[in-house]
Design a binder for this molecule. Structure first.
Ligand SMILES: C[S@@+](CC[C@H](N)C(=O)[O-])C[C@H]1O[C@@H](n2cnc3c(N)ncnc32)[C@H](O)[C@@H]1O
Length: 392
């Protein structure tokens, strides 16, 4: 990780611009400071803290803040270089000399979750594959069904890279790939827009069932996004997972289920080949949706009212606030001046918590680096944070 170590100086002034890099404020807590920096329009925080050393003069280390840092090293190195120029500190160590802009061209089939929130629009029917692994089934379905848009979800980066290469090589154009937890993704799709959801050989998580893709909430969301006659298709070698999924589907009214064992499909995945060789049974559990779901409208401006910093500073809850389907945890308070501050807070769903900073500028809070993703858990957590900051 790019960082610099330098001799402490008594005063750093803000705002300041150096080599096109803007340093807007410093916010201090007991143990460390956060410095706001903007490089090529991208805003993030640097963490500055004391570094233990045997030298006579006290040393400090400066590096990118974990929750806000850019994914590439280049803007971080540029910010650290500009800091050295701007403040003329005495450098003891740095690993930022290789300042090459290696920000790669992004792949047009690889999407961020924001794309599905703000820009995604298709006239095509959507099919979703969860945990596509080697991608054999996903690519096979895409080639066989050119009028369908396939969305592939995976959290294993090497699998994603491998499948993106195959998409280019095989000149497939009706697939979008997303590195995102499938348990939370369906929330971003419109009601009645999906024809099929494939969940083939999900990780059984025998010891940690709460990590399984299938849950009551997941199946409810699946039914909402599936169109009339749309299907949620589980294929697994795990009898335990099959029974678990069946128990979730059994009492639903707006659908019917089909069960099969050792059915042959057009295409067999790597996992399937392995299990078949071992003589294991393969179970299929197909849920057919029989209803049209109402349109879902989730909205939030994620805004705050002006606050009284003095009042909240010492009253922010120290313990996590845990509700049934979300939580809020105030991590740290950083003071800028009498009317401005930075609050670090973790919140949202238990499966995918968000770490964000709330920047209070002249008593007006807003989310640093923009609003959180608009999910049900984030909206509820925001309302809680807002109430606490307003001292309601
Ligand atoms: C056992 S592999 C099966 C891969 C593929 N479906 C096949 O049949 O060969 C399970 C895959 O699901 C992915 N996965 C696990 N949990 C996930 C989640 N919550 N969201 C998306 N993908 C997930 C894993 O990274 C892994 O690649």
């Amino acid at each position: 990780m790019p960082h610099i170590v330098f001799e402490q100086i008594s005063h750093l002034d803000f705002p300041k611009v150096s080599d096109g890099v803007e340093f807007s404020f410093i916010a201090n807590s007991k143990h460390e400071s956060k410095i706001s920096v903007k490089v090529d329009g991208q805003e993030f925080l640097l963490t500055k803290k004391a570094k233990e050393s045997s030298q006579i003069n006290p040393l400090e280390i400066l590096k990118a803040d974990k929750a806000t840092r850019p994914s590439k090293a280049y803007p971080i190195k540029k910010a650290l270089n500009a800091f050295l120029d701007a403040y003329g500190v005495k450098t003891i160590f740095s690993n930022i000399s290789n300042l090459k802009d290696n920000t790669k061209q992004s792949n047009k089939y690889l999407k961020e979750i924001d794309y599905f929130l703000n820009d995604f629009n298709t006239q095509k029917e959507i099919w979703v594959e969860i945990g596509f692994g080697s991608g054999r089934h996903l690519l096979h379905q895409a080639k066989k069904n050119p009028d369908i848009l396939l969305i592939g979800l995976e959290i294993h980066t090497p699998s994603i890279e491998q499948v993106l290469k195959q998409i280019e090589l095989q000149e497939i154009s009706n697939v979008l790939i997303l590195n995102y937890d499938a348990r939370l993704f369906l929330e971003f799709l419109k009601s009645n827009s999906v024809g099929k959801i494939f969940v083939h050989f999900p990780v059984p998580w025998e010891k940690k069932p709460h990590r399984r893709v299938y849950s009551k909430e997941f199946v409810d969301e699946a039914l909402r996004v599936l169109n009339m006659d749309g299907t949620l298709e589980l294929r697994t070698d795990s009898r335990e997972y099959f029974d678990f999924a069946l128990s979730i589907l059994t009492n639903l009214t707006q659908c019917h289920i089909d069960i099969d064992i050792n059915k042959d499909l057009d295409i067999s995945s790597k996992y399937e080949d392995r299990w078949k060789k071992m003589g294991k049974n393969i179970y299929d559990l197909i849920l057919h949706n029989n209803t049209i779901s109402p349109v879902q409208n989730i909205e939030s401006s994620f805004e705050f009212d002006k606050i009284n910093i003095e009042k909240i500073k010492d009253t922010l809850p120290k313990k996590s606030l845990v509700e049934e389907d979300y939580f809020v945890h105030f991590e740290n308070f950083y003071s800028i001046n009498d009317n401005s501050a930075l609050i670090e807070v973790t919140f949202g769903s238990f499966n995918r918590p968000v770490s964000k900073y709330i920047y209070i500028n002249d008593l007006q809070p807003s989310y640093f680096q923009g609003k959180p993703l608009i999910t049900k858990a984030n909206i509820k957590a925001h309302e809680k944070i807002k109430a606490i900051l307003s001292n309601d």
